[in-house]
Design a protein around this ligand. Structure first.
Ligand code: ZN
Length: 293
């Protein structure tokens, strides 16, 4: 993102999808600064993604109709006033309560409290009923091998709002994992029947010492099946790692670290999944061939 884009980003008001992503992903007490709409009810969140411990997976949790979360908790409890005697006024700072229920089991509930500060144009989670997890997902832990320790450290730092530290560990993981990922991409390209020049370019990328050009090679050859709604997660990793963090305020660094975490997790798990499903396919074919004999 260049400076002009970053300025535009900063003055564009928070929208519903951004609030939903914030509720789904942000750890506690980490401030997000962005222009806020005059009434929080204008960006009423509908669905957030939370790990449901009954369904044992990340599930969509939906908001309930008819709750009055759009008033700060203290106003609701203490002093409903204002022209409609509902207490609703423009730009009310305070703690807002958000209530969701798992759309799969229809049982598990998720409550989240967000401090909205109109003076500073920031939102900050101050509580939630499903703990922000510093547990590493099983599949990712296996795929990362020895680097899983770095990932756990990154999660702990994120949970405490230390974005720069988290970014340093995530970079370390990408540096270690880029060659294994390039190898998987090489095999995928080979199976797709890519010509020798294309394959040689990947081999060159693997041999190179320079980390940035390795990641550029990986981004350029990522198959369309691994794009997320048109976005290239490897390019996203490259872009986040190219930002000079030391010139940025803490909350912007946290946003970068959270994006980086999501993209690293996705790229590592999805590429390894492709590799595993191919291996399983080959084994299945072999055992079928054996049965025939
Ligand atoms: Zn559930």
């Amino acid at each position: 993102m260049d400076m002009a884009e970053r300025v535009m980003e900063a003055i564009r008001p928070l929208d519903r999808h951004e609030l939903e992503a914030f509720i789904s992903q942000s750890p506690l007490y980490s401030p997000h600064r962005q222009v806020l709409p005059s009434y929080m009810t204008h960006i009423a969140p509908k669905v957030v993604l939370i790990r449901c411990d009954l369904c044992k997976a990340v599930m969509p949790f939906r908001s309930m109709d008819g709750d009055d979360w759009y008033l700060p908790v203290e106003v609701r409890h203490i002093n409903p006033k204002g022209p409609l005697r509902t207490g609703l006024e423009e730009k009310m700072s305070g703690v807002y309560e958000f209530y969701f229920r798992c759309s799969s089991c229809d049982t598990n509930e998720f409550l989240c409290w967000i401090h909205v500060d109109y003076d500073k144009d920031t939102i900050r989670k101050v509580g939630q009923t499903v703990a922000w997890s510093i547990a590493i997902p099983k599949e990712l832990e296996q795929d990362l091998g020895g680097d899983a320790t770095y990932y756990k450290k990154a999660l702990v730092l994120l949970s405490q709002g230390y974005g720069i530290g988290a970014c340093a560990y995530l970079r370390r993981i990408v540096e270690d994992q880029i060659n294994p990922l390039l190898n998987i991409l090489y095999e995928m390209k080979q199976r797709e029947g890519a010509d020798q020049t294309a394959l040689d370019e990947i081999t060159e990328g693997i041999k190179r010492k320079d980390f940035t050009s390795k990641i550029e090679t990986a981004a350029a050859i990522l198959p369309a099946s691994l794009m997320v709604e048109g976005h290239n997660p490897i390019k996203l990793i490259h872009d986040q790692l190219s930002i000079n963090l030391h010139s940025l305020p803490d909350e912007e660094v946290m946003a970068i670290a959270l994006r980086l975490k999501t993209a690293v997790e996705y790229a590592v798990v999805e590429l390894n999944r492709q590799k595993r499903s191919k291996q399983k396919f080959i084994e299945d074919i072999k055992s079928l061939a054996k049965d025939k004999v």
